[in-house]
Design a binder for this molecule. Structure first.
Ligand code: DC
Length: 210
């Protein structure tokens, strides 16, 4: 079974994907990490994020199995990832590895922006996770404060809006729900309620394809 989870930054899609993968004992790929890895490599090599050739080079050399999640997690890397992810050549270079992951025997859970539309259009279950920008900013702000990274709520909200706009506005594989995806709005749900809702959607989709 392939489960495709898409949605905007800080919607909770990563946590839901992880929980679903645990529940069904499936391998999980957080595809945002790939773009974060490319952004990091561009900066580490001393290039500007807007340098398309440098981003292409970084994507072609990305060591997918050796991504340092701790180092890639911060909000600056989310922004960097969003910039390099807008280059079609970068997306093309990362396509195969994601499709292979999805196609492994037994299936997989992938989360990102274009899983249901581009990476695994034939997925058995597709969920598009949303929440209002204010609620996503509130969650992200809380998380950053807990990690000891002082940042103003307004700054987090502005970052989220900017990222939504860039991810949804790009020409290649923009952030958008697949026509056959189920929408899950987590604005007023805590993580347990969101997980139960996601599970119910997967079970529903499973019955349909069985
Ligand atoms: O899910 P995330 O916040 O780690 O993703 C970081 C950025 O990477 C996101 O703003 C856009 C890009 N991305 C993408 O374009 N396609 C994906 N499948 C996953 C992430």
């Amino acid at each position: 079974m392939i489960i495709a989870i898409d949605g905007p930054a800080a919607s909770g899609k990563g946590t839901l994907a992880k929980r679903l993968a645990q529940h069904y004992r499936l391998p999980h790929l957080d595809t945002g990490l790939l773009y974060r890895g490319v952004g990091r490599a561009v900066l580490d090599a001393g290039y500007a994020l807007a340098d398309e050739a440098a981003a292409r080079e970084a994507a072609s050399r990305l060591a997918v199995d050796a991504l340092d999640e701790e180092r890639l997690r911060g909000p600056e890397m989310g922004e960097a990832a969003s910039v390099v992810a807008a280059f079609p050549a970068v997306r093309a270079l990362l396509l195969d590895v994601q499709r292979r992951f999805a196609a492994q025997p037994g299936g997989a859970v992938l989360d990102g922006r274009d899983i249901g539309t581009v990476i695994a259009p034939g997925a058995d279950a597709k969920i598009f996770v949303t929440a209002s920008p204010e609620e996503r900013a509130r969650r992200r702000h809380l998380e950053l404060n807990r990690r000891g990274e002082p940042i103003a709520y307004d700054e987090v909200l502005a970052d989220i809006r900017r990222r939504d706009e860039r991810d949804a506005g790009r020409g290649t594989a923009p952030l958008k729900a697949a026509d056959d995806a189920a929408l899950l709005d987590t604005t007023s749900l805590d993580i347990e309620a969101a997980f139960r809702a996601a599970l119910a959607l997967v079970e529903q989709a499973r019955k349909k394809t069985a």
